[in-house]
Design a protein around this ligand. Structure first.
Ligand code: GDP
Ligand code: MN
Length: 376
């Protein structure tokens, strides 16, 4: 689950990170009072669940309360990567001397949580990794002992040779590690962590992604979920108990089982296609689930064909087939459906689908090739 910068700032502040004070508003007019209370200059920031807001015009400085209102007016309603800005954060601005990147992620290679820092902060860290990888220091952390003092020193001195500044950075790194572990995050990032002209360190951006499977341990964080700011397909999928991740390709996928769904995506790529999504309809698949799955996939205008790949175990192929018939009738589906159903009740399923225009596939390879061809 993703949460807004404002909420992530709150969590970070709770772990002692140096977060400048801020106020969340939804009406531009309220920026005046917020700016007066915080003291100018302030920075007005779009609260949407995507990065790169700065580049998209969603982060603006204001030196007077009146200007804060103007900036809030300009940002509210803005479209950033398909999401409409409905809330903005007014935060006390910091004078920036240096910008650093600091982040905690899970590293699959070392199978550990890993801290990653760079003196080239403020910009896209993937870009730094591509062009100047030597500007990134990564240290895996043994979760049993936690982030060690020698690691903190090494990371902090990689960012600053000034002892007083490095000390503050070190403290921030410990806070970041504790916030990451303490909230069961899959990612916790401050980009940028900055040094002001007086040598004071501030966390002026905040990003935390939570592990959905651990949210039951953090009811106060679970409440921070903001459905309105998420990809609506993913919201609907969660409500329908489907596991769905949107991707950028042209071939919609409806599969049962996460493993088969991954294998299906791999195979699509292997034969030169691009999947439009990952979608696992799960073990017990009623016709309603199939209908919801198709609805979710059809929201995506890029989708030019849909591949249904079902291995019937507990899932009955005839249930899936009935779901497809209902979907075709109800939704007036006009894009090609390629269907591969095998296993429990496959004979019944084939009879049900025999009189339709759906493209039947013999096996997985055949299905994938037909779906790619149908997508054009
Ligand atoms: P992002 O683009 O979504 O990552 O949003 P950020 O919060 O990182 O803001 C983008 C950029 O705006 C930062 O890298 C800074 O250069 C600038 N910025 C944000 N807050 C402040 C601030 O308090 N003072 C100054 N001078 N610049 C800021
Ligand atoms: Mn940022």
């Amino acid at each position: 689950m993703k949460i807004h910068e404002a909420d992530a700032r709150g969590i970070f502040a709770g772990y002692g990170l140096p977060v400048p004070p801020s106020k969340m508003i939804t009406k531009a007019g309220d920026a005046k009072a917020a700016a007066e209370q915080l003291g100018c200059p302030v920075v007005v920031k779009a609260q949407v669940l995507v990065g790169g807001r700065g580049k998209a015009g969603g982060v603006k400085l204001a030196s007077t309360p009146e200007e804060a209102v103007e900036k809030a007016e300009a940002i509210l309603g803005l479209d950033i990567k398909g999401l409409t800005v409905e809330k903005v954060l007014v935060a006390k601005a910091v004078d920036i001397d240096k910008e650093f990147y600091v982040g905690m992620i899970f590293d699959r290679g070392s199978r550990r949580p890993m801290m990653m820092v760079s003196p080239a902060g403020g910009v896209d860290i993937e870009e730094v990794a591509r062009t100047t990888p030597e500007k990134i220091l990564k240290l895996p952390v043994n979760p049993e002992g936690g982030l060690m003092p020698f690691q903190v020193r090494r990371l902090a001195s990689f960012l600053s040779s000034d002892k007083a500044v490095a000390k503050q950075i070190g403290k921030a790194l410990k806070g970041l590690y504790d916030a990451f572990m303490g909230s069961d995050a899959s990612l916790a990032e401050i980009n940028p962590l900055v040094e002001d002209p007086d040598g004071k360190v501030w966390a002026i951006d905040a990003k935390i992604n939570l592990d959905d499977n651990a949210l039951f341990r953090h009811p106060e964080i679970a409440e921070m979920r903001d459905d309105a700011s998420e990809d609506q397909g993913e919201v609907t999928a969660r409500e329908a108990d489907l596991s769905f991740v949107k991707l950028d390709g042209r071939i919609g996928c409806i599969v049962n089982g996460a493993g088969l769904a991954m294998a299906t995506m791999d195979m699509i790529k292997h034969f030169g296609g691009e999947p439009a999504n990952f979608l696992d309809i799960g073990g017990s698949s009623s016709p309603e689930k199939v209908l919801s799955a198709i609805k979710i996939i059809l929201r995506d205008e890029n989708v030019k064909s849909i591949l249904i790949n079902i291995f019937g175990g507990i899932t009955r192929c005839d249930d899936v087939a009935n779901g497809l018939i209902v979907a075709k009738e109800k939704l007036g589906l006009d894009i090609p459906l390629v269907v591969r159903l095998t296993g429990t009740n496959e004979v019944e399923a084939k009879e049900i689908l025999a009189s339709t225009e759906m493209i039947a596939a013999l096996d997985m390879e055949d299905a994938v090739k037909k779906a790619i061809e149908a997508a054009g």
